[in-house]
Ligand binder design. Structure first.
Ligand SMILES: Nc1ncnc2c1ncn2[C@@H]1O[C@H](COP(=O)(O)OP(=O)(O)OP(=O)(O)O)[C@@H](O)[C@H]1O
Length: 696
């Protein structure tokens, strides 16, 4: 522990024990609260310290360390490689000085000059014995050293002559080496020729004193009082040594009684000032495995947005099972953060340009890598950010014009029908196959049931929900998706840059399981995305700066919200992932809809049967299809404007309404047989449909 270790202190014996009345209403006979015979719980908690340091066990961390080391080595080699000739010139210029120094030093050594002051002292103090002893020592040394110098001179000269005769080229190499060595000795100590390739500025080490100074500066009266008290810190103490943890330091401490980590988290900026670090380096949090007063203070070497993230593991390789957790980003310590998309509805919110679309696209990429999943991607910004996903999308649209919204309405009506169908399929499955009345991995993989995962992404979802004509219908289907979708294998993801009640209807925000909040400006938007009470509990996306792009509070995975930096996958990166996902889908046989150039059916979700019945008069037993098409176009020009007789035939076929030859009169009064349908068949189909719906 550091010298600032704070040990818990026992209450002085003189402290009167708090007491409670023996019985309610009889305050005169107090009974001590602390019973000396009360047994201790007999539980000793043990925590084993890891045998190997974390970076040796974690492949990603190990790879990052190795990458860093080899990167530095490569850089230093290049840096010095380029400067080698200049080093040679400088060292050659310094070699005469080096040679003089060498000769002077050798001379000094040969004659044992280093002991001269001792001999001088013996002479001055007239210490004859000491002098004689030193003189003898010098005589021996000079003899031995003279021999060494003579031998070196004879052998050196002999070796040089031998080289001169046998291999003159080597003589020059040795001579150059000697000149450089002399140059090396001739350098000025304060200006070496070969300087460092990397200038390092050492960050201050995190110490207990610094942590306490910072905590004292956040303006919390209880903490300040505890820090000032010194010995008795009102329960405040470090619970373990300050350690290195990933690219930063970690300090674990108990806060004073009654203070919770949220009190510190709220004052993160003041804490950062007290620590003399950038805000992005300072990450206080609670410890879910301990009590409510435990604080983990993690202080990074660099702000989170400047720390290089490991590449997304699925970028180049791998497949996804949407029922299992998948890496989508990293925490402050650059450890992997997982997300499980199945059984969740997702909301993503932030102010513009913070990385919402990138995050939504990342989640869609994860879904794309599960070959079973059907993807519906709708980008209402219209910039084509979700475009790389087109080759794997069942439905895809980018834009906010009326025809784009019409496409989306049709696709969403398909999903509404799909919700209904899935509910029926699941209800009819035996409990042994579907014990929890929800889609299981085995059911999702059974192609005959059609219960594969469906992932629907809305970017800028405020646009469709505020649309004059389709807004209400889209909101109602999307809310249904958010509520019932997860159990039925449908994941709805809604991203918005304006998280308010209009953009993110309460039915969706209240039912979301996974919530991602990048930077927002106020507590209302914060709680809209992260859930009511999040801001108060210290889960504040307002604390992010504008350069914290891609960094968000994430809740819904695990017990507590976490801060995550989502993996950065740009457009070209997304295309690479999609190419792999497309191949997986081709192998699995799941390339459908938009990926094959097909759009949603305009009749899905429309009450074609009802409309047909409406346009057939009660007195008309049967009617030509072309007449029905013309009357439908009059009834709803938007929907049926382009319809011909064949469209009626095709639209009624799934309802088992067959066409046949019907006798009628043309506008000119001529009698003719043409394709038509009987009114009774339509009425019967409607009755069947209603019975089915009631049963569902
Ligand atoms: N995970 C990330 N890591 C680092 N930078 C990111 C990350 N995600 C996004 N960015 C950067 O943030 C910029 C904005 O991203 P994006 O387009 O997703 O923002 P947005 O919130 O959707 O904006 P808008 O609301 O205007 O649509 C991107 O150009 C990208 O450079």
């Amino acid at each position: 522990m550091t010298d600032t270790t704070i040990a818990p202190t026992a209450a002085p014996p003189s402290t009167p024990a708090p007491a409670v009345p023996e019985e309610p209403g009889t305050p005169s006979t107090p009974v001590p609260v602390d019973n000396p015979k009360l047994p201790a719980p007999g539980v000793t908690e043990e925590k084993r310290r890891p045998i190997l340091p974390a970076w040796l066990k974690d492949r990603t961390e190990f790879a990052a360390t190795a990458r860093h080391a080899s990167g530095r080595l490569g850089y230093a080699s290049l840096y010095h490689g380029v400067r080698l000739p200049w080093y040679g010139v400088q060292l050659a210029a310094m070699s005469p000085r080096g040679a003089c120094r060498f000769a002077a030093e050798t001379n000094r050594w040969l004659w044992d000059r280093e002991a001269a002051p001792l001999r001088g002292h013996a002479v001055r103090t007239e210490d004859v014995d000491e002098y004689l002893h030193l003189a003898r020592l010098r005589g021996n040394r000079v003899r031995l050293r003279g021999l060494v110098v003579m031998t070196a001179a004879v052998f050196g000269t002999g070796f040089a002559l031998w080289l001169y005769v046998m291999a003159p080229a080597y003589l020059w190499a040795f001579a150059a080496g000697a000149v450089l060595t002399m140059g090396y000795f001739g350098q000025q100590p304060d200006a070496p020729v070969i300087g460092p390739a990397v200038m390092r500025t050492d960050l201050q080490k995190l110490t207990g004193t610094i942590v306490l100074r910072a905590l004292d500066s956040i303006g919390n009266a209880k903490i300040s009082a505890a820090v000032k008290k010194g010995g008795d810190m009102n329960g405040m103490r470090f619970t373990s040594e300050i350690t290195r943890d990933g690219p930063g330091y970690r300090a674990d401490l108990d806060l004073p009684y009654g203070v919770v980590p949220e009190d510190v988290m709220e004052q993160r900026q003041a804490l950062a000032s007290g620590l003399r670090r950038k805000l992005g380096c300072v990450w206080p949090s609670g410890d879910p495995t301990e009590h409510e007063g435990r604080l983990i203070l993690w202080v990074g070497d660099k702000p989170m947005n400047e720390t290089s993230k490991p590449p997304w593991p699925l970028l180049k390789d791998g497949q996804v099972d949407l029922f299992k957790p998948v890496v989508f980003g990293n925490d402050q310590r650059m450890r992997d953060i997982m997300v499980t998309l199945m059984f969740a509805s997702v909301v993503i919110g932030s102010i513009p340009r913070m990385g919402k679309t990138f995050l939504l696209r990342l989640l869609m990429l994860i879904a794309a890598l599960d070959p079973r999943a059907a993807l519906y991607a709708f980008d209402f910004k219209g910039t084509g950010d979700l475009g790389p996903l087109e080759p794997v999308c069942h439905r895809y649209r980018s834009g906010e014009d009326d025809e784009d919204l019409e496409y989306v309405v049709h696709a969403m009506r398909e999903l509404k029908e799909e919700l209904r169908r899935r509910a029926k399929v699941i209800r009819n499955l035996p409990k042994s196959r579907c014990p929890e009345s929800k889609v299981t991995p085995a059911l999702a993989s059974d192609k005959s049931l059609g219960l594969h995962p469906i992932v629907v992404g809305f970017d800028e979802c405020q646009v469709p929900f505020e649309h004059e004509k389709y807004g209400a219908e889209l909101e109602s289907i999307a809310t249904d998706l958010a509520k019932r979708g997860p159990a039925l294998g449908i994941v709805g993801m809604f991203a918005t840059q304006r998280p308010d009640a209009k953009s993110l209807p309460p039915g969706i925000s209240a039912n979301a399981v996974l919530r991602f909040c990048l930077k927002v400006m106020g507590h209302t938007a914060n709680d809209m995305v992260l859930g009511t009470g999040a801001y108060k509990a210290g889960i504040r996306a307002t604390m992010f700066t504008r350069s914290d792009r891609g960094i968000c509070w994430m809740s819904g995975e695990g017990d507590d919200p976490v801060i995550a930096a989502s993996a950065f996958v740009d457009g070209p990166g997304a295309e690479v992932v999609v190419a792999r996902a497309r191949q997986l889908r081709e192998d699995y046989g799941n390339v459908t809809g938009h990926a094959l150039g097909e759009g949603p059916s305009a009749t899905i979700g429309m009450d074609v049967l009802g409309d047909v019945l409406k346009v057939m008069k009660a007195t008309e037993k049967a009617l030509w299809c072309e007449r029905i098409a013309a009357r439908l176009a009059e009834l709803r020009p938007d929907t049926y404007g382009e319809w011909k007789g064949e469209n009626v035939t095709v639209a009624l076929k799934p309802w088992s309404v067959r066409t046949g030859q019907v006798w009628g009169q043309t506008d000119e009064g001529e009698g003719k047989n043409r394709r038509g349908i009987e009114r009774a068949d339509v009425a019967a189909a409607i009755a069947r449909r209603e019975a089915d719906r009631l049963a569902a």
